[in-house]
Every structure is written in C-alpha cells, then in structure tokens.
Design a protein. Structure first.
Length: 134
C-alpha cells in the first residue's frame, strides 16, 4: 500500500531518481522521478507577463503530457522504467481540464513506454495517468 510509504528521501543529484520512498520498517520502497509538465513557451510567458493566460485545449494538454513522458523515456532503459513512478508536476496551474479524455488518448502510448506509473501532480488535484502495477 502506498499509504505505508512514510519515509521520503531526496537522493543525490547524481542518482537517476529524485525521491526514494520507504515504509517505516523498510520492507516497502518505491522510486520516483519528477518532471515538469510545462515547456519553455509557458515559462517565458509567465516570466514576461507574470501570468499564463492561455486556455489549454485537449490537444495542448495531451501534447504536454506526451512530451514530458518522452523527455524522461529517453533517459532510462525499458527495464529501469518498469521500476520508476513518474510524477509530472503541473504547478503553478491548479486545475487541468480534459484529464479523462487525454488519459484514454495516451493509454496505449504510456503503456508501451512502460513507466511503473505516471501521475499528474498539482496543487489541487492528482491524477493517475498510467499504471503497470504487478
């Protein structure tokens, strides 16, 4: 149970994961890799204007999620991805539209890429995008 993972440890910058989570007794553990959803265009607009005024279309969100996963896909072998939980940080945007439709759109691709799980994690909502729990 993921509720039993109470000890979170930020690992060194030279490790291939960002967070190692363990149960209190050390019997359960998971490895997490964190990445950002947003690309340079988003951050440039935010830095220039102090706000992001774009409305995310279904295609925009699907492409952002796909690109975030692909950025991390190329860093790990398939065998390594099977053991990693990928967390895609949606901050500073709290609510994401179109979640359920893009989850269905991306299911086959995310399953093929093979991360153990893929989650969208934001300040107000968390969505499981893909899971290959064994």
């Amino acid at each position: 149970s993921y509720n039993a993972l109470t000890n979170l440890e930020k690992v060194s910058q030279y490790n291939d994961v960002d967070i190692l989570a363990k149960s209190a007794d050390g019997s359960l553990s998971e490895e997490f890799q964190v990445t950002r959803l947003w690309d340079g265009t988003f951050w440039k607009q935010l830095n220039t204007t102090g706000a992001y005024d774009g409305q995310l279309s279904r295609d925009d969100l699907r492409n952002l999620v796909r690109n975030a996963v692909r950025r991390k896909q190329c860093r790990y072998t398939y065998e390594r991805r099977r053991k990693l939980i990928l967390l895609i940080d949606t901050n500073p945007v709290a609510m994401l539209p179109h979640f359920h439709s893009i989850k269905a759109d991306l299911k086959m691709e995310l399953d093929r890429i093979g991360f153990k799980q893929v989650w969208l994690v934001g300040p107000e909502q968390t969505f499981e995008m893909s899971s290959s729990r064994e």
